[in-house]
Design a protein around this ligand. Structure first.
Ligand code: COA
Ligand code: MG
Length: 282
């Protein structure tokens, strides 16, 4: 999945608009975009949406409330029978949170296909445990990161510098999320670009994420979806190069290194080319 669009689950208007905007996944939010007084309404609206939505459209993901709130168990009990494609758990502290939610879904008799995604960098302590997601639960599907809650936790005045780039703590969170996800064998998903009128800024941030190895990005506004899809779809040139790399190794026979257009290629390049081709066929 390339684009994951957050939709506040208490907004019938936004829910109605969301399915047609081209996102690979909708993240119906029961957490931070929903006021405390609207938690019950949001949960009921999300369940009704899941039950009536055309399931051949975007994947449907539910973001439940954090595990230190009185809401998350109610959220799970209400939404799991309606078979979301995934659950997103915010403010996870370690892989232990995934084990807890995954085991709970198992005990509820939740479908095996229901995956779990995490927003894994929202507290200071969370940054020390990004290596613990590997092996936490078979349902784990992706890790993403967030700068907004982390800045609040740190008491930061800003999370970006005068050039609009994330400062050290947030770059560290982003990098550790990428490493933690890859170490766990799940999808690394870049966080949100909150300045939704700045499409150039979004595109630059998405390209930087794709360059580093992220394969998708969260969105908060329908206008962000097409840009994210474009950036995370392997280009024809990328695919042609990957095919040429695979072909060069096939022609060379049983070797560990080949030359292509004056560049040395060894096994990691072959692996990368195969991974890109596999992603393009998904
Ligand atoms: N999903 C679906 N529809 C959305 C949407 C979203 N995330 N964000 C905006 N829209 C709709 C609006 O309702 C509006 O519909 P209309 O044309 O029928 O009136 C249209 O897209 C254009 O929206 P716009 O006027 O540009 O923005 P806005 O001021 O209505 O909304 C936000 C701005 C930030 C409040 C809104 O984008 C939003 O709620 N985003 C998600 C926030 C969220 O979930 N945060 C938690 C994760 S960080
Ligand atoms: Mg938040």
């Amino acid at each position: 999945m390339r684009s994951f669009l957050f939709v506040p689950a208490d907004s019938e208007k936004k829910l109605a608009k969301a399915a047609s905007c081209g996102a690979d996944a909708l993240v119906l939010d029961l957490e931070d975009s929903v006021a405390l007084s609207a938690k019950d309404t949001a949960r009921n609206t999300a369940v009704a949406y899941l039950k009536t939505a055309d399931r051949s459209g975007p994947k449907l993901i539910l973001r439940i409330n954090a595990l230190d709130t009185p809401f998350w168990e109610k959220d799970l009990e209400a939404v799991i029978p309606a078979r979301p494609d995934l659950i997103v758990v915010p403010k996870t502290l370690s892989g232990g949170c995934v084990t807890k939610v995954g085991d709970r879904i198992d005990r509820m008799g939740g479908a095996d296909e229901i995956g779990i995604g995490c927003v894994a960098t929202e507290t200071a302590a969370s940054l020390f445990t990004l290596g613990t997601y590997a092996g936490s639960h078979k349902r784990l599907s992706f890790l993403t990161w967030g700068a907004e809650d982390l800045s609040a936790a740190l008491g930061a005045r800003n999370n970006k510098d005068e050039n609009g780039l994330y400062t050290g703590p947030y770059q560290l969170a982003r990098t550790l999320t990428l490493l933690g996800a890859v170490a766990a064998g799940v999808q690394p998903v870049d966080g949100v670009w909150t300045d939704f009128r700045d499409e150039k800024g979004l595109e630059a941030e998405a390209r930087a994420a794709a360059r580093d190895g992220f394969t998708g990005k969260m969105a908060i506004h329908p206008a962000q979806v097409a840009i994210i899809n474009e950036v995370f779809t392997p280009s024809e040139a990328d695919l042609a190069h990957a095919r040429a790399v695979v072909a060069a190794f096939e022609q060379a026979g049983d070797v560990g290194v080949v030359a292509l257009d004056g560049v040395m290629l060894d096994i990691p390049h072959l692996k990368q080319a195969r991974a890109l081709l596999a992603r393009a066929t998904q």
